[in-house]
Design a protein. Sequence first.
Length: 429
Amino acid sequence: MGLKMKIIGISILLMLSTNIKSQKRINSIPVIDIGANVKNMQKIYLSQLSDNIRYIPLEFSQDNPLGVIKSITISDKYLLIIDNKSCLLYNTEGHFIRGIGKRGRGPGEYQFIICSRLNNDKIYIQSLFDLFEYRTDGAFVRKIKNRFMFNNSTYQYARNWIIIDDSLFFSHMPNPTGNIPYKALLTKNNGEILKSYTNHILFDREKALTITEDDAHIYQFDKMISFKEYYNDTLFYLDGNFELIPKYTFNLGKYKEPVSGREKSVEEWGKSQRNFIFIPNVFQTEKYLFIKCQFGDHFPAKRLTPETVKLPTGNIYTKWYNTTYALGAYDKLAKTISFCEPTRTDNPLFTSGIINDFDAGPRFFPDVQLNDTTLGMWIKSSDLIKHIESNDFKNSVPRYSEKKEQLKELTDKLSDLDNPILMIVTFKK
């Protein structure tokens, strides 16, 4: 009996120790108070954060036109860029190499591009539920039908994923119906599920809604996978045991949409979204988190003059905002956050984001995490041309007047129909 009691006692101590460690880990997670800092707007300049920016015009190919960029993956040799219809391979200087596959219903042809990844000399493309594999020389390797559909349900699917060590896929699981049991899956290359991650935010929705449910930001930082869902207030990382560990939490306060709001119809949802703040993307450097926030009607900078927009339906509405996205900069060491103060202007490239005091070029608002020190943004050539013609550019006095002139010379060679330009910013360590 004495031995049995000792074993029980040891077990209890171990449980208490585990609980204490778990509680310490939970209590040690930094809380970033978005709600309390919505009006904490400051002028933040690129020169404070970076010592190197560059522009990469993407070479135009008549046979492989590039539409609106959806995502970019980078390696030491390549840029892989997709829109909804094309997957295009460039070198790191922006010179076009080749298109990867093409639209169609024949062997090696895809219908749409949902997600794509570059992994060593392999290129993976998701078309609806199917996975297509190619090589960087353009050769088609194989197709795995319904690779991203699970439990034979069109509501249980992956639309955003990353490859780990060439053999594992970490995938986000959207929740369009409100009752999808998992928020993410770890699977083998062939689709076999190795680990599932429970979805703790469940609700009742009469009709599936996929407008924002598909969104999740998955990328690699500091040799680990970072994971942020659109509706989740936590940024996770995937540890060596493939456990999702909370890294940062975001407090939206009164600006957080209640879970019940996700049960609304499409019409009700569209009206209510502008009342709340959402965080679709979080980018990282060694010193900062850059938090992309959808401010909706809380965004403080309207256009100087309204813009009339004609919808495909023929209806006309008045557009007052260039954007309603604000960029938060969280200092990891000081544990403070402020937002980049936006500007009232009709120029979309001068409205929101980090002020470009290097060359008076576009304000920087990241679209993609390229590596631990480098973030990227893509710019429509027509928008860059308008920016160079604007008073915002002409009246700016940057740190480097010669760089301002170089940017003007680059833009003078562009036309409105040219491919987008990549703005690449390397941040200080």
